[in-house]
Design a binder for this molecule. Structure first.
Ligand SMILES: O=C(O)CCc1cccc(O)c1O
Ligand SMILES: [Fe+2]
Length: 313
């Protein structure tokens, strides 16, 4: 058994609204190094915990957790199109194991996934099909959310399953850290917006373009007084990464959803994917973790962080 973890922020504005060349080079370098590590590890399975941003999942039936036995990329922003190489049989076995562990999880036999899942896969493996993968989507964008302690339980069940496999497994978490991009809320939404949030799957190319233009326009002003959205919160991000690195996962059970939204932005809850990833790793053995990178990047609307960890025993 050999298990590695990488958690990193994603942002569809990477390459669309870049910060200065020095920062771009730094991030390119860290991603290149991460990708080389994955290549050297040669995982037999990738388990990716990811959010969805109203591309695959909508309020007509919004599940807290979904495991996919098959998944296609919606190719939003500049992400790759096409199917992911999901290990169908193993995904079903994992779903059964999770359910047997008293955790309710939805199963999709044909899930659409967005940049929240595919960007990190591409950055770390060069494609959507390089290795067998199991996507697990954790609702991080569409309130209400279950408490953080449920995310730990989900992660623990996945970690127990992985530990029995006798495979080289890479666990990924993607999203966060602090950030608040212009994602609409259902509460008080005008009818057109509500319709999109409830049943907006497979939008027209025009609707997708309009949405992406809105994200880009926000990226141009994010972090300035002109922008009403919650700014990035470096202090919050560093404290969260320290907590993970120091293995203080039990403290996450006290995380307050509304407090996090206020302090660090509504989409900060994408860190639920990091919580699940670390909980899975911790359930498989003791781990050692390191912070590879952190920088608050307004142009990308992201407290942008990268963490790696390995099971040591
Ligand atoms: O398209 C969307 O709805 C949101 C896009 C988006 C922007 C910045 C950081 C993110 O994590 C992210 O997902
Ligand atoms: Fe996101």
């Amino acid at each position: 058994m050999s298990i590695k973890l990488k958690c990193l922020s994603h942002t569809p504005l990477r390459g669309l609204n870049d910060p200065g060349a020095d920062v771009v080079r730094e991030v390119d370098a860290i991603l290149a190094r991460s990708r080389a590590e994955v290549e050297a590890f040669d995982p037999e399975l990738i388990v990716v915990f990811a959010p969805d941003h109203y591309n695959g999942l909508f309020y007509d039936l919004m599940p807290p957790f979904v495991i996919a036995t098959a998944a296609d990329s919606v190719a939003d922003y500049q992400t790759l199109p096409g199917p992911l190489s999901v290990d169908k049989e193993l995904a079903m076995e994992m779903a059964k194991f999770i359910l047997d562990s008293d955790i309710d999880i939805a199963i999709s036999h044909r899930l659409q996934v967005d940049h929240g899942c595919t960007q990190t896969l591409e950055e770390l493996t060069g494609s959507l099909t390089r290795y067998p993968v199991i996507p697990i989507i954790i609702n991080s964008v569409a309130p209400p959310f279950g408490p953080y302690r449920r995310i730990r339980k989900l992660g623990e069940a996945v970690g127990q399953f992985i530990a029995r496999l006798n495979k080289r497994v890479l666990i990924l978490g993607t999203g966060g850290l602090s950030h608040e991009p212009p994602v609409p809320l259902l509460a008080d939404a005008p009818e057109e917006v509500a319709n999109f949030l409830i049943a907006g799957r497979n939008p027209t190319p025009e609707a997708r373009a309009a949405r992406q233009a809105r994200t880009l326009a926000t990226g141009k002003i994010f972090g300035t007084p002109e922008c009403p959205l919650t700014p990035l919160n470096t202090e919050w991000d560093l404290a969260f990464m320290d907590l993970l690195i120091e293995g203080r996962l039990a403290e996450i059970d006290n995380f307050k959803i509304e407090e996090i939204s206020r302090a660090a932005g509504r989409s900060t809850h994408e860190i639920r994917t990091w919580v699940a990833a670390f909980s899975a790793l911790a359930a498989a053995g003791s781990y050692q973790a390191r912070q590879d990178y952190y920088r608050p990047i307004n142009e990308w609307i992201a407290g942008y962080g990268v963490i790696s960890a390995d099971v040591t025993a």
